[in-house]
Design a protein around this ligand. Sequence first.
Ligand SMILES: Cc1cc2nc3c(=O)[nH]c(=O)nc-3n(C[C@H](O)[C@H](O)[C@H](O)COP(=O)(O)OP(=O)(O)OC[C@H]3O[C@@H](n4cnc5c(N)ncnc54)[C@H](O)[C@@H]3O)c2cc1C
Length: 377
Amino acid sequence: MTEELSILREQAKRFLERQFVPHRERWDKAGVVDRDAWRAAGAAGLLCASIPEAYGGGGGTRAHDLVISEEIGRAGLGGGFGAGAGVHSNIVAHYLLAYGTEAQKQRWLPGMATGDLVGAIAMTEPNTGSDLKSVRTTARRDGDAYILNGQKTFITNGQNADLIVVVAKTDSTGGAKGVSLLVVETANAPGFRRGRNLEKIGMHAQDTSELFFDDVRVPRANLLGDVEGQGFVQLMVQLAWERLICASGAVVAMEMAVELTAAYVKERKAFGAPLLTFQNTQFKLAEAKTHAVIARTFVDDLMVRLLAGSLDPTTAAMAKWWTTETQCRVIDECLQLFGGYGYMTEYPIARLYADARVQKIYAGTNEIMKLLIARTL
Ligand SMILES: Cc1cc2nc3c(=O)[nH]c(=O)nc-3n(C[C@H](O)[C@H](O)[C@H](O)COP(=O)(O)OP(=O)(O)OC[C@H]3O[C@@H](n4cnc5c(N)ncnc54)[C@H](O)[C@@H]3O)c2cc1C
């Protein structure tokens, strides 16, 4: 942390409390945040904080992104605006920055920073999730364009997205080497259709959608990086950061769970005494706090390594599976201490519980993380 980051944290916190928290329940019911919220977040400097100023971004580092995403989580918006903003700023914008041609960066990044363009990444298909190289979506060359055909599902920001990085096969015989990333601009894409906004166990305010591409004509100039067959490698290079962001979300959620529960058990009485006086309560919370501190220490260390350019994807995979697994366990134990109130959605612990479950599934399932770690044994 630096003083500048502390100021950013305070600013983000104040903005979110004032502008977003009052809408949280309405967004939960709508299944999506207001489109204008994206522009408000852009104006407040909460989008694309680590994209250079030359492309409209905040000109900061990934530490700026992390501070913002921590505050979004602490405001209870992790399962609403948080996941989508993470995909937008931490993933899509960084794909464009890392691989885009100069023209692509100039064309898309400034709009992403203001929130005028919302980004999404579409990898997963109904028949292919973990086995990414088996995607069936195809991009066939036709003159100065590609003809895109396929279906995607579970796509974060699917309803609001204006720019969708689509994982497609430009060579269906090429396995991983046939995979390319095409940027679909939804405003001008006949044949593109958004399907259902899927109903989920948690993360209710986050739109998660099916997407359909039927003979969508995508200009050749929208091939990310201008070279075919690079998609798989492009996806892999960004993984350490994506996993670390997930792990950081897990840490914040655990810290919140411990805080909320500690406050509750001091107030709530059973058998004439506060719950905190029972040794079981003390032990459970002592364990939960220990887990949160260990996770925080690990993730902070990895963040330092990431900023120094030395974080490897395997260590990031360890952080992703362990922190998210621990997050689910810690929140479950904390919820238990709330008794029946813990099951009521008006209690923030219930929201933390419902939002946590997906952490073990997306950004590469925890089983896939373990496979990757096992390869290095
Ligand atoms: C809320 C939400 C948001 C999402 N957002 C996005 C998004 O923005 N963009 C996007 O592209 N995708 C997104 N996803 C999709 C997500 O990344 C996939 O669901 C995930 O990668 C798993 O793929 P799958 O669902 O097809 O499961 P499968 O791959 O079918 O896996 C099913 C089970 O089998 C296990 N498994 C698979 N292969 C192996 C193996 N080799 N060894 C051992 N176990 C294995 C898995 O770990 C899992 O437990 C999102 C998903 C959710 C739920």
